[in-house]
Write a protein that binds this ligand. Structure first.
Ligand SMILES: C[S@@+](CC[C@H](N)C(=O)[O-])C[C@H]1O[C@@H](n2cnc3c(N)ncnc32)[C@H](O)[C@@H]1O
Length: 275
């Protein structure tokens, strides 16, 4: 499920501009890898305007017409939220409990420390998303993000017997892809010292990276200060040898020094920008 999109210094997707310059003469970063994890079928090339999995069917057209009618959309949103939450809870993800804990914590103080008030959000980021009116710029979206992330893995691997197994498969495949790519292109003697996780959300992917490469310094970067506050607050409780650093920035123009990471990861980011 992990797709290696390109080496650092190449354009990862149409949505992301060049993040690192073609690098360094002889510097270790020349072999930095950019990896992107995607869900579902492999990207299709060819003359299709929309990939087959994007749902251009009569049913999806009917759904699109129904949701264009605002009062009906609000009702459908409530009903589908309820279904999503109950489905997760049936799979032993305590969705409401996890959400409540975040909302009743001191995450609001962390938010004030982490937020960059000068960020200019791209238009797509200011639209409703995943049925949240303020998209990812809301406390509810941030408080529910970890439960939602856990439950997605079960949908990706329906044959898994538990949420834990589904997550181990999904995240394990992605970690293995990073390691294999790194070995292939950088060689055994090249250490992974600095990792950037663009679109880190509430830090699930960043924590996997930090745990797989404990001697590396990991940075989680996201456009949502709400998500980052949740990530940072959890990290503060973990007492890791190399604590993860959280950066509020746009992945398209991070402001981070060029040529400063050995691995740049985008897990489930590109798909959410495209949709
Ligand atoms: C589906 S989540 C990624 C989840 C996470 N990487 C994981 O694997 O659990 C997509 C994330 O990308 C972030 N995002 C979207 N556009 C971005 C941009 N231009 N720069 C930085 N983050 C962005 C969103 O805020 C969201 O947290």
């Amino acid at each position: 499920m992990a797709a290696i999109l390109g080496r650092a210094g190449t354009t990862a997707t149409g949505g992301f501009r060049r993040h690192h310059q073609e690098t360094s003469r002889g510097g270790r970063r020349r072999d930095a890898v950019v990896v992107a994890a995607v869900t579902g079928a492999a990207p299709q090339e060819g003359s299709l305007e929309r990939p087959a999995w994007s749902g251009e069917t009569p049913v999806s057209r009917l759904v699109a017409a129904l949701i264009a009618f605002k009062p009906l959309y609000s009702l459908m949103k409530l009903a589908s939220r309820e279904v999503i939450i109950r489905t997760a809870e049936k799979s032993n993800i305590p969705w409401r409990e996890m959400t409540r804990k975040v909302l009743e914590s001191d995450v609001y103080e962390v938010f004030e420390r982490i937020r960059d008030p000068n960020i200019i959000y791209p238009d797509y980021y200011l639209s409703p998303f995943h049925a949240y009116d303020e998209g990812n710029l809301s406390w509810l979206a941030a408080a529910e993000a970890e439960a939602a992330t856990l439950s997605i893995a079960k949908r990706a691997i329906p044959e898994a017997t538990s949420i834990e197994e589904a997550n181990q498969i999904v995240r394990g495949n992605w970690m293995n892809a990073i390691e294999e790519h790194h070995l292939k292109y950088s060689g055994e003697n090249c250490q992974i010292n600095d990792i950037l996780d663009i679109g880190c959300s509430v830090g699930v992917s960043t924590r996997y990276l930090a745990e797989r490469f404990p001697s590396a310094k990991a940075v989680g970067l996201d456009l949502s200060p709400y998500f980052l506050a949740v990530a940072a607050q959890k990290e503060e409780q973990l007492c890791r040898q190399n604590p993860i650093r959280w950066v509020h920035a746009n992945g398209e123009a991070t402001g981070l020094p060029p040529n400063s990471f050995d691995v740049v990861s985008l897990a489930y980011v590109v798909i959410s920008i495209i949709s």
